[in-house]
Design a protein around this ligand. Sequence first.
Ligand code: ADP
Ligand code: MG
Length: 680
Amino acid sequence: MKEIWELSRIPVRFIRGVGPKNAEKLSKLDIHFIHDLFFHLPVGYQNRSKITPLNRIEPGQYQSFIVRLGELRELRTKNGRKVVNAEAYDDYGRLELAWFTFPRYLKALLEPHKEYLIFGKTDFYRGRVQMTHPEITPYDPETSLPDHLLPLYPLTAGITHAYLRKIIKTVFNDYEEYLREFYPPEITAALSLPGLKEAFYRLHFPREEKEAQEARNRLAFDELFFFNLIMERRKAEKERIRKAPYRITPENRARFIKALPFTLTESQNKVIGEIEENLSGDRLMYRLLQGDVGCGKTVVAAYALYCAVANGQQGAYMAPTGVLARQHYETLSAYLDPLGIDTVLITGGMSRSAKEAAHEEIRTGKARVIIGTHALLYDKVEFEKLDMVIIDEQHKFGVAQRKSLQLKGTMPHYLIMTATPIPRTTLMAWFGDVDVSSITAMPAGRGEIKTVLRETSAREKIYQFAEKELQEGRQAYAVYPLVEDSDKMDLRSAETMFQRISKRFGPSQVALLHGKMKAEEKTDVLQAFKKKRVKFLVTTTVIEVGIDVPDATIMIIEHPERFGLAQLHQLRGRIGRGPYSSYCILLTEPSLSESAAERLQKFAHTLDGFEIAEIDLSYRGGGEILGLRQHGGLMMKIARFPGDKGLYKKSKALIKDHRLSAVDFEKGADFFFPARQEAE
Ligand code: ADP
Ligand code: MG
């Protein structure tokens, strides 16, 4: 029998009319499986039956017109591209139509002075209003106008609205049997919302806005329903796990703190208390540690590891990159060595013999704390007694990776650290039942960070300023969006600017660091920068997370509008780590758009990560929350908070009243939250 979840596994190239080329294009819209096509939500609807006279054109809007055509003309644009033009007119005005690729069937279809229905978005082109690649059909008052509203989709190059509509209709035809209702009648009755098939169809092709709304509500309900079922299952699983309580004495804690090179902040102490309390009980710790860049999360992690080791266990610390793993290895050893705790580093770049030696130490239990990257997940790494897992900058990890680490111990405690503030509902969606600790204050004695926008014409002045800082023993970063120059984008790249900056500052002072370099090279460069053999690091976003060089006070970011604000915030977090005043300089082009400038100004005016996340959201819309979407977990595609709280509660109540469990609804659950996403 055909089952709904299978739609999450059938690739779009199996749809009639979708060839490999179009499948490739669809993948740019994140449409890989039939399932994704159902969830490719319209951003709005167009009433195609509403005809606009040509004196009422609104450039930038999708509109329908009934027009007659003048002669077709074949021209060439300035840069030699072929273009077919035609003038469209009605009793009220004119509009230029243009095709850069002119399909043969159109040539046969279009005749001067006959009536056509056209639909599309108009734009200004050299002072005239133009519509490129209109959807055009001969106008017949009986049949031309559709009986439903037309969905407007997010598009990509080569994928048109007409094409998406066509294949979605094909899917409804050919895969109809998969869309069987999965609720028992008592639930459908309680819902008074459209059925499953109807809902999906009307989400894409509603006859009126209200119908789209009801369809959306039904599917949002489904999403929340399955979300709740899955969460309950996860919670039940977690509750079943019992842990042997750790014994943590005040002497333990005092010993750890005494060995530190600084005094913990109040905020750090509070979090350490929360962790202690958690570990002294018989429940699993599954805790998220939030705290802005530079607030000092690492030492808290060190304490959690220390607690595990003091209780005869091993701990593991996972960093997103080899460079960071090495850095954390150094920091953590500095904290833990004085306490007689053996640490070991494992990275992909290590030699085989070094790796084997490390594996041996981990297996026998000589190494108590293991620091590494994904290499930690490779099967060869066997732990003696793993009971504490720290995951740093978790947004760089997929869910599957977390799972496989979990299997290595007997369900270890978890501390997941992030500098990216995550809204509560997203947290729930991602981790389920998670406890949250927050570090809310920065260590005292930090220098101030100033952020400014400067145009590239001020480059030399900025370099002079940087030079002065370097002479005083400070260090600088310059960050570029690209590693090397590209024909496609007119942007300065790290490699090219490395040449230029080397010349300006003297080659011995400047180094280049980017993601395409080999692991050892990266480590060497970073080491040289940390040890101040190099003072100016020209780089890309590889330095985005975690790198800690307290004397760095200058951060020059070129083409800053190319970066998300959260990313800029991470980059800026690389400076201001010592007692000196620091400067983040966003170097912009004169051509910077007004809205981009406004966004960067807002960024310049705050250092608060939460506020920045909110500004970022307001510019990007609610679609993708902080870039978490692609990382699996249970992200909502349709339901939104707080708007859908009512549906959320209703789904919870129904589950409770009817004593429903995830087991009864595997198929539906797997459709709304396909396992393949978690496996990414
Ligand atoms: P993040 O939270 O971004 O991971 P880190 O743990 O890397 O921050 O800490 C940033 C810097 O602050 C490090 O150089 C660390 O040694 C220092 N630091 C951490 N806690 C304190 C403290 N209580 N007092 C002074 N410096 C601290
Ligand atoms: Mg960190």
